[in-house]
Write a protein that binds this ligand. Structure first.
Ligand code: AHR
Length: 500
């Protein structure tokens, strides 16, 4: 039961953009309020942001955070969230039927992000609003001074422009659930004109057009084609969103979710190439996978029809070992497409389908899914290497035949470090990995092999037992005299093998 591949630093796919390790803060449930922001918390800073959560965000290693939504943004008036906090209106948030107090808004979020060294990715409302509100927000955030919007920012206490580079033109505009849902033609025209006006304010910004909400949408494919035809000259990226869950106990298919993501990315790349060819364009559109995760949507029916409340507990999924292995496998998939996927956001950051959980005024802890993300963000840098593995295959009902091994290798030219990320999708058998170290990898030695697995594939971390599931040192891994990396990957496991 052996999977083999060759590691050679010459076989490069592309470079890992640090923006691949992005996350997402939406005004939804308890992501902002009692998540990142909790003025009554013992660790809160003067602005009310939790110090314990800030520490975990640093440890997670995310470099980019998307804000403020999500479905929320499609009804948001950004002006409600700036200026004296006491004057800010309480609004009904239509997306999640919650009360939005607006106590955290653009300046608070961007200041928090800057303090943590995070690049912000802002979304504008193209649901209920349009060109004017979008270009005003860019002016408020990025224009130095001397105009009404930039001077208002200064009056609100922020002298230096926020200089936000990356902007989403709306969110999931193909979804009938979206406030202000549009057809591809309606959205494409609006996105092109809003984007043009935003760039007229600040020519240095980069723009993301909405692709489909997921690959299962009836309009998938035609939406991408039409939107790109309308927006090709204005935008830099097209978005993809995908959430995975286990259906009817079919764990084999769930563990193979990466195969679905892989095909989805390839299909969107093909559509972008088609539009490029038809337009005789030089530019390549890159992909922004700005929402991805495991989300047990089936466990939370009717989340969009709640009684109105402030900070309701929405989709606070508790993740298992299996979920962490799937998240790891999705990360591997994103990395393997590093030539085209330049931005990716694990959705979301705190409490709402998140790697970090908190209690209001109380504890915070790492979910199982925290670990693969943090390890990849820490170690998988530089060049992604092309590897073709041979080995055992697994038959799945949803995604056909997949390999038991899912893996990617990165090579950091600066430090010389090689990192192997590997998942064993087999539920009962360990997998033997044999990777031949060739070319510039010859002579490399093992630094460490950390593995996340458990005899109980459903084990979770909780407030009472926050470190039940953590990566541990694996035994028996070595580099042979012939220069082959040999390792045993337990069933349903996530592995990080570092060589130098
Ligand atoms: O992340 C939760 C929700 O999922 C987002 O608001 C929306 O964009 C997607 O449907």
């Amino acid at each position: 039961h052996t999977a083999r591949f060759v590691i050679d630093p010459e076989f490069a796919v592309g470079d890992v953009d640090p923006r691949l390790y992005g996350t997402f803060v939406e005004h939804m449930g308890r992501c902002v309020y009692t998540g990142i922001h909790d003025p009554g918390h013992p660790t809160a800073d003067p602005a009310g942001f939790r110090g314990d959560v800030a520490d975990l965000v640093r440890e997670l290693g995310t470099g980019l955070v998307r804000y403020p939504g999500g479905n929320f943004v499609s009804g948001y008036h950004w002006e409600d969230g700036v200026g004296p906090a006491a004057d800010r209106p309480r609004r009904l948030d239509l997306a999640w039927r919650s009360i939005e107090t607006n106590q955290v808004g653009t300046n608070e979020f961007l200041t928090w992000a800057r303090q943590l060294g995070l690049e912000p990715m802002m979304a504008v409302n193209l649901g209920t609003r349009g060109i004017d509100a979008a270009r005003a927000l860019v002016e408020y955030c990025n224009h130095p001074e001397g105009t009404a919007w930039s001077d208002l920012r200064i009056k609100h206490g922020v002298r230096r422009p926020h200089d936000v580079k990356l902007w989403c033109l709306g969110n999931e505009m193909d979804g009938p659930w979206q406030t202000g849902h549009k057809s591809a033609t309606e959205y494409g025209r609006l996105a092109a004109e809003a984007g043009k006006a935003m760039r007229q304010v600040d020519p240095a910004i980069e723009l993301v057009a909405c692709g489909s909400s997921n690959a299962g949408m009836a309009t998938f494919g035609t939406w991408e084609g039409e939107v790109l035809e309308q927006t090709y000259d204005e935008v830099d990226y097209l978005s993809l969103h995908a959430y995975y869950e286990e259906f009817d106990g079919d764990r084999a298919s769930f563990l193979a979710s990466g195969a679905h993501m892989d095909q989805y990315i390839s299909d969107v790349v093909a559509t972008a190439h088609h539009v490029r060819a038809v337009r005789r364009a030089k530019k390549h559109i890159k992909l922004s996978f700005d929402e991805w995760n495991v989300w047990y949507a089936a466990r939370f029916p009717g989340e969009r029809n709640l009684a109105t409340a402030e900070t309701p507990r929405l989709i606070e999924d508790t993740y298992s070992v299996t979920d962490a292995v799937v998240v790891g496998s999705l990360l591997i998939t994103l990395l393997r497409h590093a030539d085209r996927v330049a931005v990716a956001c694990l959705a979301q950051l705190v409490n709402v389908i998140a790697p970090i959980r908190t209690e209001p005024g109380g504890a915070s802890w790492r979910q199982t899914t925290f670990h693969p993300f943090a390890q990849a963000a820490r170690h998988a840098h530089g060049r992604v290497l092309r590897t073709e593995s041979s080995g055992p295959r697994i038959e799945t009902a949803r995604h056909g035949e997949v390999s038991a091994l899912d893996s990617v290798v990165t090579y950091d030219e600066d430090s010389g470090a090689l990192t192997v990320l590997a998942v064993n999708r087999d539920q009962s058998r360990p997998l033997h990995l044999a990777a031949a170290l060739r070319g510039g990898a010859a002579g490399y030695r093992l630094v460490e092999h950390l593995v996340l697995s458990d005899d109980d594939h459903d084990a979770v971390n909780t407030e009472a037992e926050p470190d039940r599931v953590v990566p541990r040192r694996a035994r028996g891994t070595s580099v042979t005299a012939e220069g082959t990396l040999e390792a045993q990957l337990p069933p349903v496991s996530w592995n990080v093998i570092r060589l130098a």
